[in-house]
Ligand binder design. Structure first.
Ligand SMILES: [Zn+2]
Length: 463
């Protein structure tokens, strides 16, 4: 219903010469945000900042950075004339760095309880997600890679300025097998019968069950049609789902290959949720480009990932973090198993120099979401502050770029350089010396800019 409305609108706009009908989801956006031609492009000048560029190990000397529109136009140690209408921010030696990126996030599933997410009112779930999106941006996360959940509506609301939040790279529904991670059905809903409605999670686009190559292909293509920038399959068991033990493999090689073919045809890639050596190897052999988690792999599988140039998108699951499951539940026990794997996986990252993205995968806990930055600071148990910050900025941006032309936002992210998109944080201090600054964004991120727009400014303008 929603899609047919989009298509009708898109065709209408195309008829009027306003839009390309191929960009069905973007058509209403373009119409809603078109600015009058006479209006000047907004510009911001950050004066006297030290730049952390998202790649190196040191800050620059005193620097001035001019943002015009949504891009970084100029970076110079010489002074830059503000010109009329330019918002001037006096950096006073503070650090200007790229906006943070969380490579494994679930915009829709951060705040609700599992019960609310599955059975609750969809309107309430979306409003929770809108509130969380603003909180996420206010923690300095200007981009998130969404690895499962119906985030297309939220993304549209953010991109059109209805709601404040990060850029979203949506996967849409995670695709699973019967009994796999993401199959939240009750035993009473079995056996599946084509004459009955889809399960609740499938109806709301949270996950889709597919049990043959043809079914997988169809479900993948549906997500791509909705605007997915990458595809997520659950190749093995998971923590938060009721029916899948951690050790199992889910899809057959043919099913994985069907997903990879459909995604590749569409110019993007498949990422799989997988913890074990068997699930990881099978996915790699089917052409999967990104492994999510991998906390339970062995040395030989880590070496295989390195040889194949496969991305690892993993998370610091920490023993001290609260677990949103009762201690006597199977989900709680599974969580403990992957927590024990965190040390192991980061050891392999070092040993084999795996291409490694950083993310948090926070689910069903607003209070844990407040610790998103703390989970980045915790990376210094295994890495230097610079290595951790590189992961959460330029390396994560490299992973986002794997979506190619399916990336929803054109331009370079995760770096402070001329021509890059202006997603910037002004930090009161030097995070390379003290990465704990990212734990308290309310106090320490004094300016937050996304796409050239200032969303937070504690030091005022024009001083
Ligand atoms: Zn996840």
């Amino acid at each position: 219903m929603r899609i047919s409305l989009f298509r009708t609108l898109a065709v209408l706009l195309a008829t009027l010469g306003l839009s390309d009908p191929c960009m069905a989801q973007d058509a209403p956006v373009a119409a809603a945000t078109a600015a009058p031609a006479a209006r000047a492009v907004p510009a911001t000048l950050f004066q006297n900042v030290r730049v952390y560029d998202g790649k190196g190990t040191a800050l620059s000397g005193p620097t001035n950075v001019l943002v015009r529109g949504n891009r970084i136009e100029r970076i110079s140690s010489a002074s830059i004339a503000a010109g009329p209408g330019v918002t001037v921010i006096a950096g006073n030696g503070r650090t200007l760095m790229p906006g943070l990126i969380d490579a494994h996030w679930h915009t829709i599933l951060v705040r609700p309880t599992p019960e609310q997410a599955i059975f609750g009112d969809v309107g309430f779930t979306n409003l929770l997600a809108g509130a969380e999106a603003r909180a996420t941006l206010m923690r300095g996360f200007t981009s998130v890679r969404d690895l499962g959940g119906p985030s297309f509506g939220l993304k549209q609301a953010i991109d059109t300025g209805v709601v404040e939040g990060p850029r979203i790279w949506p996967a849409g529904a995670m695709i699973t097998v019967t009994s796999g991670h993401g199959d939240f059905r009750m035993p009473s809903e079995l056996p599946r019968d084509a004459s009955r409605p889809l399960s609740r999670m499938e109806q709301i686009g949270g996950s889709m069950v597919a049990d043959s190559p043809d079914a997988v292909r169809q479900r993948v293509r549906e997500q791509l049609m909705l605007g997915a920038s990458q595809i997520k399959l659950t190749a093995g068991g998971g923590v938060s789902s009721p029916h899948s033990p951690l050790d199992v493999s889910a899809f057959t090689p043919e099913e994985l290959k069907a997903a990879v073919d459909a995604a590749t045809n569409w110019g993007t890639y498949v990422a799989v949720h997988a913890y074990t050596p068997a699930a990881v190897r099978r996915a790699i052999d089917a052409g999967v480009k990104v492994i999510e988690h991998a906390h339970l792999i062995d040395d030989a599988t880590a070496r295989y990932m390195a040889e194949k140039g496969v991305w690892l998108s993993t998370q610091p699951f920490l023993a001290e973090e609260a677990v949103p499951f009762p201690p006597d539940s199977s989900q709680y026990r599974k969580k403990q198993a992957v927590v024990a794997g965190t040390d192991v996986i980061y050891g392999f990252v070092r040993k084999y120099r795996l291409k490694t993205a950083w993310g948090t995968d926070i689910l069903f806990s607003e209070s844990q979401a407040r610790r998103q930055g703390a989970l980045l600071a915790a990376m210094t148990r295994w890495f230097t502050p610079a290595e951790a910050l590189v992961m959460a900025t330029s390396t994560n941006a490299e992973l986002l770029a794997l979506s190619g032309l399916r990336s929803p936002y054109e331009g370079k992210l995760g770096v402070v350089e001329e021509g890059a998109l202006a997603d910037l944080l002004l930090v009161d201090g030097n995070p390379l010396d003290n990465i704990k600054l990212v734990e308290d964004p309310a106090r320490n991120f004094v300016v937050i800019m996304k796409d050239g727009t200032i969303y937070k400014n504690l030091i005022g303008a024009g001083k």
